[in-house]
Write a protein that binds this ligand. Structure first.
Ligand code: C5P
Length: 409
């Protein structure tokens, strides 16, 4: 999908950007620029905290509108009252959404301009959280997040990576281009296209799993999660309710997708089964086949010349899901192979009792795990279809086409 395709849904949209008080507020300036480039009209409101990081004047220069900072500015209110501004918006975006702002939104407070606007509007709300990773992971923030999601709020990010305080973890504001792409795909904003998965619940697993050997080491694999994330995005775009169970990856959550982050195969197993019942399961994750028998509490010391790891099999999530044949309409597996791709894939199709298996060769240049593109072949009981080398986002759309066909077969 080209950049222009992704953002074309924003042309002519009236977007109200509410900027929260975090260091990431500076990135909201770039967001305004990109939203306007995509053809949207943007007005900005700032919390008092946001004004400690960026000046209202900077937003004014980029948005072409007076930046709103308080409920009590009679000059601004005369131009457009805050209720009028709340009504003006086709969509409200809160970026960065701090832990405090998320809490106030979740509880329906209206003690400043931004929270009042969010409460007074009937427009859909998108938030892009950004905060310290411990604040993000705190049960209070996660409960507020669940409340907001349950209310239909679109959540973009946060991303994993270095944070302002020199720490690292989930809490970085999604990049402006990711927010723009998510907004362009937000339900009710972009032209939606075929909704041939409307009403269906789909669970997608993606990414690698990490099996901890000790507090500092793990067994992992090179899966980037890109294919699974592209499939989740494509399914959501076509009207499905998608739960994406993601191993440790550095990817933004696709628009309209509910994401559950996990680390180990056991956690992925539990998260997938917690997300069932569903109509379709797509196992795109590269799940570890083995995990250490005993979790080691302290760092393993290099005391001898060799080290044997005692590993046990992990549960085969895909095979277990497929065994529940009465519950699901379609179970799709992936097979990453280095050789004899077709033969191994067909064996897996049968052994795991799948409806469809998607095989690709890994270990080749310009394709496979970490690449943005791939080539693959899908096999089912009495047929197969090859997908020529293409970006994973395109392959995901084509795979969803095939899934729709198989559902109706
Ligand atoms: O047997 P193999 O691991 O090659 O099969 C790959 C497929 O099985 C993928 O769809 C993967 O998500 C799934 N799988 C699983 N649980 C495991 C191992 C693999 O769901 N423990």
């Amino acid at each position: 999908m080209s950049g222009a395709d992704k953002t074309s849904g924003l042309a002519g949209q009236r977007l109200l950007l509410c900027v929260g008080g975090g260091i990431a507020a500076y990135k909201a300036l770039e967001l305004v620029r990109r939203l306007r480039e995509a053809g949207a009209e943007v007005q900005v409101a700032m919390t008092a905290g946001a004004q400690q990081f960026v000046t209202p004047l900077s937003f004014q220069a980029l948005s072409g509108h007076v930046t709103r900072t308080t409920l009590w500015d009679s000059g601004a209110e005369q131009a457009m009252g805050h209720i009028e501004l709340a009504r003006w918006a086709d969509r409200v975006i809160v970026a960065p959404a701090t832990a405090d702002l998320m809490a106030r939104l979740a509880h329906g407070l209206a003690d400043d301009l931004v929270t009042t606007l969010c409460l007074a509007t009937t427009a859909p709300l998108t938030i892009a959280p950004a905060m310290n990773h411990r604040m993000w992971q705190h049960a209070a923030t996660q409960a507020n997040l669940a409340t907001l999601r349950a209310r239909g709020v679109q959540v973009v990010g946060p991303n994993d990576g270095p944070l302002a305080e020199g720490e690292s973890g989930p809490g970085r504001l999604a990049e402006p281009e990711e927010i723009v792409a998510a907004l362009a795909g937000a339900p009710g904003l972009a032209p939606t296209g075929p909704q041939d998965l409307a009403g269906l619940n789909i669970v997608v697993s993606a990414g690698p799993t990490y099996e901890d050997l000790d507090p500092v080491r793990y067994l992992g694999n090179r899966s980037s999660g890109k294919m699974g994330f592209a499939i989740a995005a494509s399914a959501a775009k076509r009207g499905a309710r998608v739960t994406l169970v993601a191993g440790p990856v550095h990817l933004a959550t696709p628009a309209g997708v509910t994401r559950v982050d996990v680390r180990s195969a056991a956690q992925m197993h539990d998260a997938v089964f917690a997300a069932l019942p569903a109509d379709i399961y797509i196992g795109a994750a590269a799940v570890a086949d083995y995990t250490p028998r005993e979790p080691v509490a302290n760092k393993i010391k290099k005391s001898s010349e060799s080290l044997a790891l005692d590993l046990v099999r992990t549960p085969d999530i895909l095979a277990k899901v497929a065994a529940q044949t009465q519950a699901l309409k379609l179970v799709v597996g992936f097979a990453a192979e280095t050789n004899n791709v077709a033969e191994y894939a067909r064996k897996k199709l049968e052994a795991k009792r799948l409806d469809l298996i998607v095989a690709n060769r890994v270990g080749i240049a310009d394709g496979g795990f970490e690449s943005d593109q791939n080539a693959m072949t899908a096999y089912w009981k009495d047929g197969e279809r090859s997908f020529a080398t293409a970006p994973k986002t395109r392959l995901a759309d084509e795979l969803i086409d095939l899934i729709v066909e198989r559902l109706n077969a």
